[in-house]
Design a protein around this ligand. Structure first.
Ligand SMILES: [Cu+2]
Length: 131
């Protein structure tokens, strides 16, 4: 009797976590945020971006010059959230699965080019769905 009961609890748990897992991964993969690199201010368009954790950020170089994308925290040596190689004109740089947090970044070649990326945790998912 007890054995059957344990099994059904396990079955329900597996089913439930499977559904939640599928729903979450579908949402996560559905969000790709695109940021254009422009030759005019504010250089990153949009300059301030908010997204949900689990999504993908993509920078696209729409200028005729090379650029890099460098998280400001890379300058502190302790941690570097993302750092691109040189992005050629027409090229892209993609960062998947950033943990929640605020990420100020800049172009390593042109430090005056600055932007901010905010990654929100799963709990603020509903709030950001309105954007
Ligand atoms: Cu640049």
């Amino acid at each position: 009797m007890r054995k059957i009961s344990d099994k059904s609890i396990l079955a329900v748990f597996v089913l439930f976590s499977g559904i939640v897992g599928m729903a979450w991964s579908a949402m996560a993969t559905s969000q790709t945020v695109s940021i254009h690199i422009d030759h005019r201010p504010p250089f990153f368009s949009p300059q301030t971006v908010s997204m949900v954790a689990g999504g993908v950020v993509q920078w696209e170089n729409r200028t005729r010059e090379v650029h890099t994308i460098l998280a400001d925290n890379c300058l502190r040596r302790s941690k570097c959230s993302f750092e691109s190689p040189v992005i050629e004109p027409g090229g892209t740089f993609v960062v998947p699965n950033l943990p929640a947090g605020d990420y100020a970044y800049h172009c390593g070649i042109h430090p005056f080019m600055r932007g901010v990326l905010t990654v929100k945790g799963k709990s603020s998912r509903v709030e950001s769905a309105d954007i």
